[in-house]
Ligand binder design. Structure first.
Ligand code: ADP
Ligand code: MG
Length: 336
């Protein structure tokens, strides 16, 4: 059961050891010798891509160890006779896949570094060795903090968490220059009244061709969770705009949020129209860069003439929305 990792008795430990392949055991053994930790206790989570274990140091401090599964590692348990019969091409593919994976784990530590530097709550990476990632443990006394999904928070606390999270999503984008890519109630832990973002395995830099598509998915998942639990949330385009708008600064972010909150409260229940607008937004085309904008002149004309530009997704992303002041009536008269 998630959040209940306290199992330090011998039988459980034996199961943990059995589940590890020889190479993982070697990496953990070396870490143990170097005093990175003194005990690997129970398994906190078993996933498709990785298992997470709880470890302790002799001073009582706690760590989480994420061990990625890679099928390539299994070659170490094959006997030599089998190994020689494996086609060379296959070995090459495996080796390449392993290199790609190792680079991903390395990127993970870089991304966590960026989150930390920007003050986002997340478990700091302590050490990465091959496919074994040692990080800060979020929890206490062997009890892992629950995922947001399992935290059973009051409506008031959920409202607070929603605000905290969307501000963190904005920092992630604006300061860390990252999109999480797998943000949902499954990859957020709730600990001591705050949210901790974990699992940046799917994260991408903003220059990734699909970064904005991933961000839109993240917005959708986050909105869904809070909406489901009764929190009055922004529409998905509103949330997306809040995250990407470069004209919001540290100084005016609070007043921006207050304004949006008022709008959300006034609106009350999300209407059918809003639901439709959300799903249209989820399916619309997002230009990857300004180069990919098809007809900039027509778009600029549309903005300056004060026409409805709700379907122009990139105007907020690029700052165009505020760069071009709308022509007011008086000016038109003078020009005429
Ligand atoms: P996966 O790739 O399996 O999704 P995650 O990084 O999301 O891996 O971790 C899986 C689970 O392990 C999380 O949902 C959480 O319950 C637990 N976990 C991960 N990292 C930590 C940590 N640093 N502290 C406490 N629990 C953690
Ligand atoms: Mg996860």
């Amino acid at each position: 059961e998630i959040g209940r990792s306290r199992n330090t008795d011998k039988a459980d430990r034996a199961t943990v050891e059995q589940a590890l392949d020889p190479r993982t055991r070697m990496v953990l053994f070396r870490m143990l010798n170097r005093g990175v930790f003194n005990d690997v206790n129970g398994c906190i989570s078993t996933g498709k891509e990785a298992n997470v274990y709880h470890a302790t140091k002799s001073d009582g401090s706690e760590l989480a160890i994420k061990v990625y599964k890679t099928s390539v590692l299994e070659i170490t348990v094959l006997d030599m006779a089998t190994v020689v019969t494996i086609p060379r091409k296959m070995v090459k593919t495996w080796a390449e896949k392993e290199q790609r994976n190792l680079k991903r784990y390395w990127l993970y530590t870089c991304f966590i570094g960026r989150l930390h530097a920007a003050g986002i709550r997340c478990p700091a990476v302590i050490l990465l060795r091959l496919h074994v990632l040692v990080m800060e443990f979020i929890g206490r006394d062997g009890w892992a903090a629950p995922r947001l999904k399992d935290a059973a928070l009051s409506l008031d606390k959920l409202r607070e968490c929603y605000l905290e999270l969307i501000i963190q999503m904005r920092v992630l984008y604006q300061k860390c220059k990252l999109v999480h890519g797998d943000l949902s109630e499954y990859n957020i832990l709730y600990f001591e009244g705050h949210l901790y973002i974990i699992d940046v395995s799917q994260s991408v830099d903003l220059d990734h061709p699909l970064a904005l598509n991933f961000l839109r998915e993240d917005c959708d998942h986050v909105s869904d969770f809070f909406k489901k639990h009764g929190v009055a949330v922004m529409t998905i385009p509103e949330l997306f705009d809040f995250i990407v708008d470069p004209t919001i600064s540290d100084e005016n972010v609070d007043s921006y949020l207050e304004e949006v909150q008022l709008k959300v409260i006034e609106r009350g229940e999300i209407s059918v129209e809003d639901e439709i607008a959300d799903s249209v937004f989820m399916k619309s085309y997002i230009p990857k860069s300004l180069d990919a904008v098809n007809n900039p002149e027509a778009d600029v004309a549309k903005i300056t003439s004060g026409q409805d530009t709700g379907d122009m997704l990139y105007q907020t992303i690029t700052g165009l929305k505020d760069a071009l002041p709308k022509v007011d009536e008086q000016q038109i008269e003078v020009n005429a």
